[in-house]
Each structure stands twice: as structure tokens, then as C-alpha cells.
Design a protein around this ligand. Structure first.
Ligand SMILES: [Fe+2]
Length: 333
């Protein structure tokens, strides 16, 4: 099968940072089975995983993947430990398709999901993400990908004081969670589902365990604030990344319960510098590669090195996700 795979073809908008971003494999045949594909992955598995860590994202295009079951089988060939949606503290409402696969985000098509590292607003996050395009949007719906190490370098040149504050103080996130899932919101996951609990008492025990502070609002709505989390991290290879949820929270944590102005603060409680934030947003937009999905595409994204988001779209786009557990191998000690 290897003879049928084109490695590292050029696509529009691809970036060059010494290593190309993203890295791409294209299968040039309709006659290859999913089993053969799985065999090919097993043969090249270590190298593929290394490439994800080096380049930040690897796109597999033209592979025979049609729907959640195929995607599930494709992922399993990598033999990476999965990180389940249930155990996550993500705010997004998702629907499970298989044990490993769920919908990316149920937020309506006109809603932008702004750039973020998956679940960087919680103490528990995946090391990598698999995305799979089950149905391509009729219009737009790209997944912007942004190299967080490149962003941090540029941000440090443009706003060194802001970067120093982020590093020194860390950041805290506040989120207001409904009692029941609200699929109309990009962060509408209920506190019951988010915390995997059935009662307010259990919710409080879980939040205490995680070091969150919290208050109950009218209608069993929960406002929870994280402990101080690092806003910048260093990877094993020395690259430093703007690993946080600041951009998504600042731009997008807005619904009937949430006000972006109250979503983030520095670890000491002081407000985040909005000029610094705007600089980060502008740079991240400039540095984004827009992955324009084709049906059957799979992308494996390093969650430590790359931020992702979702452009608004028209049509019935469906992108599936599977998360890889963190084995501690990506972060410097
Ligand atoms: Fe995400």
C-alpha cells in the first residue's frame, strides 16, 4: 500500500517553520480496504506519532473512512490510550457515536468556535486529538489550526509584558453551567454531565477535589472557577507554547449565562490585559492554517503544540472527534 501513498504533498496555505505544518499523507487509490489501511498505520505507527509531535498536525486524505465505525477502527490501529468525553471537564455538548468517537461540538452552524487547546481550561486534558470529517459542509466550516509555539514567539515580541504576566501569574477560568445540557451554546454542557455527578452534593465534592471555587445561582445553575492553571508550558523538546483557553474564553464564552468579560482572570484575580489579548487574537488569526475538510479526512493534532477551532458553516457538516489520553511524554518536567 505504501506505493499508493503520497507523502508530504503541498497544499494551499501550508506553513513552513523548519518543519512543514501540517504534514500530509494522501492515499491515491479507491481500491484499498480499511484493513489494509490499518495494517499500514501499524507498520508506520511510531513514525506517525513522532511526526504529529514534530509538525503539530498530520492530515490523512483519501483513506477509506466512511463514518464513525471506520474512524473508530482507524484510530485503534494507532494503539494510543483514549481519553473519554465522560471523564473530561469540557464545556462542549457532544454526542457519543462509538466508545472512542463523538461529535466535535453540537453548537449551531453560525457559531464560531475560537482557537483553543482542547480542555486547557481544566486540569485534565488530552495529549492529542483525532478529527474525522464524516460530512463536509456545503460552505466554509474549516478547522483553523494554529501553532502555539509560533504564536508565543510572535506574542513575546509584540507584547512581552503580557507574556510575562501570563507566565508569572497563570490564569483562572470561570464558567456558568446549566442544570441540563443546552445544545444552543458552545459551552452548554450541564454541570451534571461535566462533573459526572447526579446531585449538588456530589458536584461540590468533585469541585473540592479539583480545587475549584464555586457558587450556586438561581435555577440550580453553577458558577465554577478553576484553580490557577499555567498559561504557558514548555514541551520536552524545549518549545514553549501558549497553552491555555484565553482566546476562546475571551472571544467566545458567551451565552445566556456566560459573559466573556467574567470568564478569565489572572491567577491573582486581576483582570487580563485586553490589549494583550487582542494582540494574541490578531496574531493567532494571522498564523492559522484553515483545514478545508473533505469527506473521509482524518487529522491527528498534537494538543500541546496546536490550537484548533471551527469556522461557521452552511449545510450539514459533521466532524467527529476522538481524544488521546495524556501519558506525560509531551511536557518538560
Ligand atoms: Fe476543541
Amino acid at each position: 500500500m505504501s506505493a499508493l501513498v503520497t507523502e508530504n504533498p503541498t497544499v494551499a496555505g501550508q506553513q513552513q517553520y523548519g518543519e512543514v505544518f501540517p504534514y500530509i499523507y494522501v492515499l491515491n487509490s479507491d481500491g484499498v480496504s480499511l484493513d489494509e489501511t490499518r495494517e499500514w498505520i501499524r507498520e508506520h505507527r511510531d513514525r506517525l506519532v513522532d511526526e504529529v509531535g514534530q509538525h503539530g498536525a498530520v492530515l490523512f486524505r483519501g483513506f477509506p473512512i466512511d463514518g464513525a465505525e471506520d474512524f473508530d477502527a482507524f484510530i485503534r490501529a494507532f494503539e494510543l490510550d483514549s481519553f473519554t468525553y465522560e471523564e473530561s471537564l469540557s464545556n462542549a455538548v457532544r454526542i457519543n457515536k462509538t466508545d472512542l468517537v463523538f461529535t466535535a461540538n453540537e453548537a449551531p452552524p453560525e457559531v464560531s468556535i475560537f482557537l483553543h487547546h482542547e480542555m486547557a481550561q481544566t486540569p485534565l486534558f488530552p495529549s492529542r486529538l483525532f478529527f474525522c470529517c464524516e460530512i463536509a459542509a456545503e460552505k466554509a466550516g474549516q478547522t483553523p489550526l494554529c501553532r502555539s509555539d509560533v504564536l508565543l514567539k510572535r506574542l513575546n515580541e509584540a507584547a512581552p509584558g503580557f507574556v510575562a504576566d501570563c507566565e508569572r501569574l497563570g490564569v483562572r477560568y470561570s464558567n456558568v453551567m446549566p442544570a441540563e445540557d443546552d445544545p444552543e451554546s458552545g459551552q452548554g454542557r450541564s454541570w451534571r454531565s461535566t462533573l459526572s455527578v447526579g446531585s449538588k452534593e456530589e458536584a461540590e465534592a468533585r469541585l473540592d477535589e479539583l480545587g475549584y471555587s464555586y457558587t450556586w445561582l438561581d435555577g440550580d445553575v453553577l458558577r465554577a472557577t478553576t484553580p490557577t492553571l499555567p498559561a504557558i508550558r514548555t514541551l520536552v523538546d524545549g518549545r514553549r507554547v501558549f497553552f491555555n483557553q484565553l482566546i476562546a474564553a475571551f472571544r467566545g464564552w458567551k451565552d445566556t449565562r456566560n459573559d466573556p468579560g467574567k470568564a478569565i482572570c489572572f491567577g491573582d484575580g486581576s483582570p487580563i490585559d485586553t490589549v494583550g489579548m487582542q494582540t494574541a487574537i490578531d496574531l493567532a488569526d494571522e498564523l492559522s492554517f484553515d483545514l478545508a475538510w473533505q469527506q473521509g479526512d482524518v487529522a491527528l493534532v498534537d494538543n500541546y503544540l496546536v490550537m484548533h477551532g471551527r469556522r461557521p458553516f452552511e449545510g450539514s457538516r459533521r466532524v467527529l472527534v476522538s481524544l488521546v489520553a495524556d501519558d506525560g511524554s509531551r511536557l518538560a518536567a
